[in-house]
Write a protein that binds this ligand. Structure first.
Ligand code: COA
Length: 146
């Protein structure tokens, strides 16, 4: 099941974030407190979804809208997408990605971009069926606006 994250999910999401950080070697946030300062407003803004298996939080996605370039619509930037190894292969990753794309459409974003290691075969296998393509070193999905 996939649902919006609530403040009470923070401890579970933080455990996943710590695993994500090690696995993806992503050290944008040096300390958990720095990450919490970023993720708590994202949770409050409705920009975080969690995936559960047997009621345990096993996956999450967190996004934010990038600052607009003058004259261009904002992009929705997927900053973190992670599925616990025990929960993989159950379509949680693709379900979370689909929620992020829905949110981008609802918010009239021009594109969705994924912050990730673009050489990872698993990531490519996940995002390519949605139409993401490599553009200037970034995985992007251009959206039809209207
Ligand atoms: C990448 C990741 C999110 C995939 O999550 P998941 O829940 O296992 O993915 P899904 O079950 O939704 O799989 C969707 C598709 O991608 C494919 N896929 C997922 N991981 C794969 C891998 N490592 N190698 C090959 N294919 C893979 C699946 O086979 C599936 O294809 P199918 O529709 O033909 O069956 C998860 O492995 C993960 O968290 N990895 C570490 C962090 C990371 O890389 N995050 C990505 C940032 S975009």
């Amino acid at each position: 099941m996939i649902r919006p994250a609530a403040g009470a999910d923070l401890p579970d999401v933080a455990i996943l974030w710590q695993r994500y950080r090690d696995e993806a070697n992503d050290h944008r946030f040096p300390e958990r407190t720095d990450w919490e300062r970023w993720i708590l407003p994202r949770i409050a803004a409705g920009d975080v979804r969690v995936g559960t298996t047997d009621r345990h939080v096993a996956a999450y996605v967190a996004w934010q809208r990038s600052s607009p370039t003058p004259g261009c619509p904002r992009d929705l930037l997927i900053r973190e997408l992670y599925v616990h190894p025990a929960g993989r292969g159950q379509r949680l990753g693709s379900g979370l990605l689909a929620r992020a794309i829905d949110a981008a459409r609802q918010r009239n974003c021009g594109a969705v971009a994924v912050v990730t290691n673009v050489d990872d075969a698993g990531v490519l296998a996940l995002v390519e069926p949605f139409g993401f393509a490599l553009e200037s070193g970034e995985l992007r999905l251009q959206l039809q606006r209207g």
